[in-house]
Every structure is written in C-alpha cells, then in structure tokens.
Design a protein around this ligand. Structure first.
Ligand code: ADE
Length: 232
C-alpha cells in the first residue's frame, strides 16, 4: 500500500511516521508514506496557494492549480483512490478503514484556509471528515486516516496485538481489560478472569461489551440488536 499526502506543512508528519506501529509498518515495507508539499507546485512568484473568494467574504480559498498540478505529478494518480479531508465529508468509520486498507494506492489532500475552490472536488473520489468539529487544517485528519487504515493492513499488527476484537468491528464497544496487579488500592479484578475457564470468560466479555455499548453508545447498540455485521 502506498499513501501520498498532499500538505502545506510536511514537518507535521515527522514524529507521527517515525514512532511505534507506523514506523515499524514502514520499515517492514507494508506501507509507504510520501508527503508532498504542494506549495512547490504554485505558478505564482511567491508560491501562493490561496486567494480571495470571488463574491467577497471572510477568509482565503485554496486554489485549484497547485493542487491539480501536484496531484498529476504523482505516478499512478489516475488509478489511486483520491481523498479530500474536510469537515463536510462523510464521517470516517472503522468499516471505511477496512475498505481502504485493501487498496494499493491512496492520495490524501490536506486543505487549509477557509475552504477549497469548489473545482478541486472534481479531481477527488471521496470526501472524509473525522468528526463534527473544525480543525485548522487537514493534517490531523490525514494522520487519523493513515493510522486507522495502516493498523488493519494484514501483518501490520501481530496476532498478540490483534485488531480482530476492536471496538466497532461487530457494532459493539470492546469489553473491559485488566492486567497485573490483581489488586490496586482495594480495586480488584473480576474473579471470572482469574479462573481460567475460557467459555465463562468469553461469555462475561460479551455481556460486558453489550452492556457498555448500550450505556455509552445507544446508536451502536441499536445497530447491534438489528443484526450486527461481524468483520472477518
Ligand atoms: N479539516 C478541518 N476539519 C476537519 C475535520 N473535522 N475532518 C476532516 N478534515 C478537516
């Protein structure tokens, strides 16, 4: 899988790509991430990429030319899945992370300023939002996508770290976890987890998952009750 990110602030990605699971996935050639500074594609003397909105109004608008030229500089861009991150997009969910993890090439555009020139949208396949709030730019949203997609690429996380039972995979939140010590400031671990009876443990975990989902995410719980789809 190759991911190209079009950004005006490439340095923002440095720490993120050089730590933990992402760094390991890159080192093991399971994913390749390239950051392209699309300011360098500006035709203007001062490498401007934004301009005033036609019709007036507050804020600046990202211009179409640098974005499209940067996009066309990417080898294989025509076949790639081209994603624009914007608060106006479809909300990014775990299911989409799985779908995108099966692609061979993804391009993500991070916007800035008040908005995109509307014509930029014609060059992209998909618009994704990471939630109902407005960020100063698309970089954090792009990182969220890269992280969630990469961790479900086969072999990126080991069996021990498995994502098979993650929250959302079957419209349920994950059950509670405990590790050593058995007791901390009077707080104990549920007995069922200590008795080695795997059937009972599984039953307890499912019950806890269901209760937790019902309490915290009634919307998900409704979906689960309607016949939650299990992810293989
Ligand atoms: N850019 C600014 N806010 C965003 C959001 N919530 N999701 C995706 N991209 C964004």
């Amino acid at each position: 899988m190759r991911i190209d990110i079009l950004s005006l602030f490439p340095a923002v990605f440095t720490g993120f790509l050089n730590e933990s699971i992402l760094a390991r996935a890159i080192k093991n050639d399971l994913v390749e991430v390239n950051i392209i500074d699309y300011r360098t594609f500006s035709n203007s003397k001062h490498l401007k990429v934004d301009d005033y909105p036609f019709g007036g109004g507050a804020g600046m608008v990202l211009q179409v030319q640098p974005v499209v030229d940067a996009l066309r500089s990417i080898q294989g861009y025509e076949e790639a899945i081209k994603i624009l991150v914007t608060p106006q997009g479809e909300t990014f969910k775990q299911e989409k992370a799985y779908q995108l993890s099966a692609k061979t090439h993804i391009i993500i555009l991070c916007g800035h300023y008040e908005g995109y020139d509307e014509r930029i949208r014609d060059y992209f396949d998909l618009e994704l939002s990471i939630g109902d709030y407005v960020l100063t730019g698309g970089e954090l949203a792009a990182m969220v996508l890269v992280d969630a997609i990469t961790r479900v690429i086969p072999n990126v996380i080991s069996k021990d770290e498995s994502h098979q039972f993650d929250s959302f995979n079957n419209d349920l939140l994950e059950h509670p976890h405990y590790t050593r010590p058995r007791e901390f400031e009077g707080k104990t671990v549920p007995d069922v987890l200590l008795n080695g009876n795997h059937k009972l443990i599984e039953e307890w975990r499912l019950k806890e998952s269901i209760n937790r989902t019902k309490q915290r995410r009634p919307d998900l719980y409704k979906k689960y009750i309607k016949g939650g789809k299990y992810h293989e």
